[in-house]
Design a protein around this ligand. Structure first.
Ligand SMILES: [Zn+2]
Length: 369
């Protein structure tokens, strides 16, 4: 029997509207030979949360990564999540190794922080932002983190590694700078995806038996209003702060403005009044006490503040100078960016088996048991 091999590609912000607006003949071939499914991303629809969900095959209630920025409830101190100290579940790579599915596993990401979060169990781990020297020799010089070229570099690195090492399990995740800057029908967006599509074509031609899954971590939409939920509450006499879940060091992507936030109350007794006030705030679409949010979205209850808020389609949350501002960014995080495609090729499962992008990892894990 032929050995099973898998490639999972998470196109950052590779939602249906982006794919549909570009000419992608190779993706189309994969979808026609396999399936193309409209599925859900995990909410909050941000990169860390979804990549960790796909690459562990679990929801945040299990793997523990609910945000890009963790606040310690006892000390009040915040820190960026940039390694695996907060990760509570094994990666697909670890399970693929312990179950003897894979002799060799490989991880390809754009940002170093995602590499540090997901590297457990990998034999090959490459961040395009800071690749090993041998990869610079093999693939070419490092491209800027704020470019389309860095994603092309990354996928070429996957192609070269498949040729050279033929790992049984490969996970690759790009970065979404292009989508933060450009709408689906912009020439830059189309060029970005068309070049990725061409490299995917090479990969399929050279290894037509490999199972391939292509999905996304979230979508991307234009935003016109920014709200600081902590400030909204504080100005109404309820002392509070809020953290936009998207918050990271790569501010050129999104200015730390995103469609989901965790609210921290100074006094827990204010919760009912705070929820009511936020529900009455224009631009805020959904408001949940932590335990309701944890249940509804399968989040880790101790890592989501006191209140979870989701923005409407044109609103983002941030840490602002005033409670409400106008803005002009493309961003994500809310329910409106939580719809993603799943393309499956050579898959033993059917389109109907996939409800969430998480299922790409989950079904693979189940098949190892
Ligand atoms: Zn992303």
């Amino acid at each position: 029997m032929k050995k099973r091999k898998i490639l999972i590609l998470c196109i950052d912000a590779g939602s249906h509207d982006y794919l549909a607006a570009s000419d992608l003949p190779n993706l189309q071939n994969l979808a026609e030979a396999g399936f193309y499914r409209h599925a859900n991303a995990v909410i909050p629809s941000v990169t860390n949360v979804n990549n960790l969900s796909i690459a562990t095959g679990t929801f945040p209630e299990t793997h523990g990564i609910t945000t890009n920025y963790h606040v310690d409830r006892t000390t009040g101190k915040g820190e960026f999540i940039e390694d695996d100290r907060f990760l509570l579940a094994p990666t697909l790579f670890e399970t693929a190794k312990t179950s003897k599915f894979a002799d060799k596993t490989a991880l390809f990401v754009t940002k170093k922080k995602l590499l540090r979060m997901l590297a457990a169990g990998t034999d090959i781990a490459v961040a395009a932002e800071d690749p090993p020297d041998e990869y610079i020799q093999m693939v070419g010089p490092v491209e800027p983190i704020y470019s389309a070229e860095i994603n092309w570099w990354l996928l070429r690195a996957v192609r070269e590694t498949l040729r050279r090492d033929d790992p049984e399990l490969v996970y690759c995740s790009t970065t979404d700078w292009v989508q933060h800057k450009y709408a689906p029908d912009a020439e830059h967006s189309q060029q970005h995806l068309a070049t990725l599509d061409a490299i995917i074509g090479d990969i399929v031609d050279e290894d037509p038996e490999r199972e391939i899954y292509i999905t996304a971590d979230h979508g991307m939409l234009a935003k016109t209003t920014a709200i600081d939920p902590g400030r909204v509450l504080t100005e109404c006499g309820i002392p509070a702060s809020s953290i936009p879940i998207i918050k990271d060091r790569y501010v050129a992507h999104h200015g730390n403005l995103g469609g989901a936030a965790y609210v921290f109350l100074k006094n827990g007794a204010d919760i009912s009044e705070a929820i009511q006030l936020l529900l009455n705030t224009s631009g805020i679409e959904e408001v949940y006490a932590a335990e309701d949010a944890a249940r509804t979205f399968r989040l880790h209850p101790e890592r989501i503040g006191d209140i979870f808020v989701l923005a409407d389609e044109t609103t983002v949350f941030g840490e602002l100078e005033t409670a409400v501002e106008t803005t002009n960014v493309r961003s994500h995080g809310s329910r409106h960016e939580s719809y993603v495609p799943i393309i499956g090729y050579n898959s033993p499962w059917e389109a109907a088996d996939y409800e969430y992008n998480v299922d790409v990892g989950r079904l693979f894990l189940e098949s190892l048991r």
